[in-house]
Design a protein around this ligand. Structure first.
Ligand code: ZN
Length: 353
């Protein structure tokens, strides 16, 4: 009923505007409930029901139809500094990692098999143990790794990092030492992390982006927790006010990967209950979070409050939510991985071309 009254009021005002005879009609004034208020405040329309993000993407349980491909994975342990310490990794670790990756990637039709655990010449691997954050990453080791990986065109090369667990600060960031990208011809792995961390890098290798937007999550995590939800709300309001998205479709602005069947995701920090650095947010945190958005622009100058319910797929392997059980790929993610091997830039892995 409340909505009906508001709409009747809106139509009455629109009617008055349409029939106004004066060439410059007086600006629209809204009477407020409190007549003593000097400056009238615009009424706010609250949408009766929240706008909910698409439901969690289903695990792509079925293998996509098409050819299945077998891909050899070669593990290369790297040396550090002067090359005196080489990553300790054995075939058992490689087999465990591949078993986990095969389980997660089963819907893609790809099957990964052990292709070797050795270095052609140890000298080649010196100084490769440099974290991706290192300034020389873009030139020295990056080029080095790339050139070495190119020696194995029919294999997926995984450089295995040395574990530095007892060295100062290592525990805090060693998980960040995984790396891959669709433009790199290798994966960089840290052998102490959960097996699905490597599956995540395989996802990048086969062209899958994060489910969240990297830039937006960087902005969110830089803010103290209480301000994070409000920040995302302002981002959404801005996108609606600029006309980048419609009000009904605004959560698509949080779609980090452009993949239809992975729901919008702003990353874990928006779920973080406090500001403990490095705290992991996993499936145990709430399934959804409400983002109350106030949109300033509307046809009549009203402010509108819209509640958006954000439900990221926390078990998606390309999310940043920590996992306590095996994560999954969505069906479209699986299709993209298959496509990049079947007819895209990773076709070399099955043909050597
Ligand atoms: Zn990643």
């Amino acid at each position: 009923m409340k909505e009906l009254i508001v709409f009747l009021f809106m139509f009455a005002v629109m009617g008055m505007q349409a029939t106004a005879q004066t060439p410059t009609p007086a600006p629209l004034r809204i009477r407020t409930a409190n007549p003593t208020t000097a400056k009238p405040t615009l009424p706010t329309i609250v949408t009766p029901t929240p706008i909910v993000a698409p439901t969690i993407s289903p695990n792509a349980a079925k293998t996509i139809p098409g050819l299945s491909y077998q891909i050899k994975v070669r593990f290369l342990p790297v040396g550090s500094g002067d090359g005196s310490i080489v990553a300790s990794v054995d075939k058992k670790w490689c087999d465990l990692a591949l078993a986990e990756i095969n389980a997660i990637f089963k819907p893609t039709g790809l099957r990964f098999v052990f292709g070797g655990l050795d270095a052609p010449r140890l000298d080649d691997l010196y100084n490769l143990d440099v974290p991706p954050q290192h300034p020389s990453y873009a030139t020295g080791p990056e080029t080095f790794r790339q050139k070495l990986a190119e020696k194995f065109p029919k294999e997926l090369v995984v450089f295995v990092r040395r574990y530095l667990g007892n060295e100062k600060g290592q525990e805090k960031f060693y998980k960040a030492f995984h790396y891959s990208a669709v433009e790199a011809d290798y994966v960089l792995a840290e052998p102490r992390s959960e097996p699905w961390a490597l599956a995540h890098e395989f996802g990048h290798f086969f062209g899958l982006p994060h489910t969240f937007g990297d830039g937006l999550m960087g902005e969110i995590v830089a803010k103290p927790y209480p301000a994070r939800v409000g920040y995302v709300a302002r981002v959404l309001a801005g996108a609606i006010e600029r006309g980048d998205v419609t009000e009904g479709n605004a959560l698509q602005f949080l779609d980090g990967d452009g993949i239809d069947d992975t729901p919008p995701d702003a990353g874990p920090p928006i779920f973080q209950p406090n500001d403990k650095a490095g705290e992991e947010i996993g499936p145990g945190s709430p399934a959804e979070i409400i983002i109350p958005v106030t949109v300033k622009r509307s046809p009549l100058g009203f402010a509108r409050k819209v509640n958006y319910v954000l439900r990221p797929d926390k078990r998606n392997v390309m999310s940043y939510f920590s996992q306590n059980e095996r994560p999954h790929l969505s069906r479209e993610q699986a299709q993209r991985v298959y496509d990049i091997v079947n007819k895209g830039t990773r076709h070399r892995l099955v043909t050597g071309q």
